[in-house]
Write a protein that binds this ligand. Structure first.
Ligand SMILES: Cc1cn([C@H]2C[C@H](O)[C@@H](COP(=O)(O)OP(=O)(O)OP(=O)(O)O)O2)c(=O)[nH]c1=O
Length: 203
């Protein structure tokens, strides 16, 4: 999407995730997408909250570094999602085998999905970051189901190796908290934050 960069208040989504793009599009606000190549390594002792908030901010800051003078009216939005089971952080699996390993550990119990949203006002440099946590319960799975699902490849680019918005939905028996946060962008939080940056979803 093209903007008259100096005059239109709009969002720059610092993301490569097609899910985040689709979710943000549901808010019907002007936005463009810029991939962010932020380093995603964090110290081992960090809490899930610290990890997602720092990574969301890093993604937004990485785009800010490339944008500053061109789009003074922009609000940059970065986001990060992780799955946490017994204090252990599950990111994206590196292959089918690791996907199956993650699913084996998640099945038959509940885990938390953390997603943070960071916003940076390009004009002032003001930033905010907040997170939401959702409790997801998965039914018990057979080894055949785990292997068959891992083979679909659907979970390979997803934290925890499943997609609640896809075929992975058949494994999820209940959730407590924001569904959209599990998919990668908590929309109620995102719209609240954008409102504080002068971008209102409902006029
Ligand atoms: C648990 C779960 C995660 N996910 C996704 C959301 C995130 O896109 C992804 C976690 O990886 P992230 O590193 O948060 O994001 P990303 O690499 O996809 O995109 P970005 O460029 O913004 O960094 O997992 C689902 O789509 N469905 C699910 O059910």
């Amino acid at each position: 999407m093209e903007f008259a960069a100096s005059s239109t208040r709009h969002v720059v989504l610092a993301s490569t995730s097609p899910r985040r793009r689709e979710l943000l599009a549901t808010l019907h606000i002007p936005f463009e997408v810029m991939p962010s190549d932020a380093d995603e390594t964090t110290p081992d002792h960090w809490t899930p909250e610290q990890i997602v908030m720092e990574l969301a901010l890093r993604k937004a800051k990485a785009v800010l570094a490339t944008l500053e003078s061109a789009s003074p009216q922009a609000v940059i939005m970065g986001s990060d999602t992780i799955v946490v089971l017994d204090g252990q952080v599950l990111g994206k699996p590196k292959d089918e085998e690791e996907a199956a390993l993650m699913l084996r550990s998640l099945q038959g119990r509940s885990h938390h999905v953390y997603t943070a949203v960071a916003c940076i006002d390009v004009a002032t440099g003001r930033s905010e970051v907040e997170y939401r946590s959702t409790l997801v319960t998965m039914k018990a799975l057979t080894e055949e189901e785990i292997i068959a699902y891992a083979k679909t490849g659907e979970g390979l680019d997803k934290a925890g190796a499943y997609a609640i918005q896809g075929l992975g939905a058949i494994f999820v028996t209940s959730i407590e908290g924001c569904y959209f946060s599990v998919v990668g962008l908590p929309l109620s939080l995102a719209s609240e934050m954008l409102g504080r940056f002068g971008i209102r979803v409902l006029k």
